[in-house]
Design a protein around this ligand. Structure first.
Ligand code: PLP
Length: 410
């Protein structure tokens, strides 16, 4: 295991201004997300794909490409190394010869949020933080609660009152201080921003600290490794704050600089919910940034982000990759999730299901061709979303009706 870091500095994603690494940072002086930069030339000499492949079975096998000074400081629950599943029966139904699902539901707390929080909490620990706070649509809260408990830190969480019940119950169980807010995630974010200084909290809001992106970046590295150090033709990603997409795009650039993959990139496709689609609207209008989406509403709670801090980074990646952005309404999302579940036995979060619907649409439109290799990110498990799924799958008959005469009276 490599006990050395290749971190060089932090960089403002808007201006390129350099900020020193190795101390607590939130946004850049210009108020934009900070990106971690590495000495990749040096890393290329010291690291190899073969050595990485021999590493631990978690995202910490990529520790030399992560910001932790000492991987022994990692706060871990075994996150990462999730299944990459070929889904031929679903593919036939949609008209796609080579369709894959990267199933992030296998992560601790059931969603890919574990990747970002594992790295962010590990870094916060290494830098001496004791109290963490975040607004969350639900799944980031669960992941933060878990890693904070694992590290023995305080977690202060603010969620919209209509966040999935599974999330608030899970957070309470793990000892977090949970506040349910009558409002959107943006209202929750305002509360954290207002109170953090007085309370001594470190704000781990999406993209307001530099390390959750690094954790999510491992989705891109891991995908390349699992495909034998190459990438598919297209990646569909359910986009809320866009961190996963930004992280993967960053990973691909770093992998190319290391010489581990070539210049070919997948078409990056951002999928949003029709009731909360600021990035799709900006993409269709040819804008470089999105505008606040009023009254955002969708069952895919992770996609209910009215304005993402990193919207311009998402839009850049879509443009540079010749990708696109697609909005799917909730009905189509639930239909597609049902199709995936009964075709392949994968019960997904509505966020992942929206990408299944988007594949069907893009094949019909001709944006995707049947012989292209297409990968869907399923970001979470369907079990976190019983309120959404029970609208479709409420048992229609009682046990007595179903079993009829089989019930033996006592
Ligand atoms: C948070 C979340 C998303 C959106 O993630 P971003 O990377 O911030 O766009 C998608 N799906 C699920 C299940 C989530 O919890």
């Amino acid at each position: 295991m490599h006990h050395k870091t290749f971190v060089s500095h932090l960089e403002c994603s808007r201006t390129g201004e350099r900020v020193p690494a190795g101390r607590l940072q939130n946004l850049s002086p210009q108020g934009a997300p900070l990106l971690v930069r590495y000495h990749l030339q040096r890393a290329a000499r010291d690291l190899s794909r073969e050595a990485v492949e021999q590493g631990v079975r978690s995202l910490w096998r990529y520790a030399p490409l992560l910001p932790l000074r000492d991987p022994a400081h990692a706060v871990t629950l075994g996150e990462g190394m999730t299944p990459l599943l070929s889904t031929p029966r679903l593919g036939r139904r949609l008209g796609c010869d080579r369709l894959y699902v990267k199933d992030e539901s296998a992560n601790p707390t059931g969603t890919f949020k574990a990747r970002g929080m594992a790295v962010a909490v590990s870094m916060a620990c290494e830098l001496g933080v004791r109290k963490l706070a975040a607004p969350s649509a639900g799944n980031a809260a669960s992941a933060l609660a878990a890693y904070a408990a694992r590290a023995g830190l305080e977690a202060h969480l603010f969620m919209p009152r209509d966040a999935p019940r599974a999330n608030s119950i899970e957070c309470e169980a793990m000892g977090a201080r949970v506040t349910m807010v009558d409002g959107l995630i943006s209202d929750c974010g305002r509360i954290v921003a207002e109170r953090q200084q007085a309370e001594g909290w470190f704000d781990v809001s999406t993209l307001k600290e530099p390390y959750r992106i690094e954790g999510k970046k491992t989705m891109g590295i891991e995908l390349a490794e699992q495909l034998g150090w190459r990438l598919p033709d297209a990646i569909l990603y359910p986009t809320g704050g866009g961190v996963g997409l930004i992280g993967m795009w960053k990973a691909f650039a770093e992998l190319e600089e290391l010489g581990w993959i070539g210049p070919k990139r997948p078409k990056m496709i951002a999928v949003q919910a029709a009731g909360s689609a600021p990035i799709v609207r900006a993409w269709n209008a040819g804008e470089r940034e999105s505008e606040y989406w009023d009254a955002a509403a969708t069952v895919a709670s992770g996609l209910r982000v009215p304005k993402a801090l990193g919207d311009f980074l998402v839009l850049d990646a879509l443009r540079e990759s010749s990708g696109t952005a697609v909005a799917v309404d909730d009905q189509d999302t639930l239909d597609a999730g049902h199709l995936l579940a009964r075709s392949e036995g994968i019960f997904v979060a509505p966020e992942g299901a929206s990408c299944v619907a988007a594949v069907g649409r893009l094949l019909r439109d001709g944006f995707l061709e049947s012989n292209e290799e297409v990968l869907i990110y399923n970001t979470g498990t369907g079990l976190k979303y019983l309120e959404a799924w029970e609208t479709r799958f409420e048992p229609k008959v009682t046990a007595r009706e179903r079993l009829g005469g089989l019930i033996v009276p006592r």
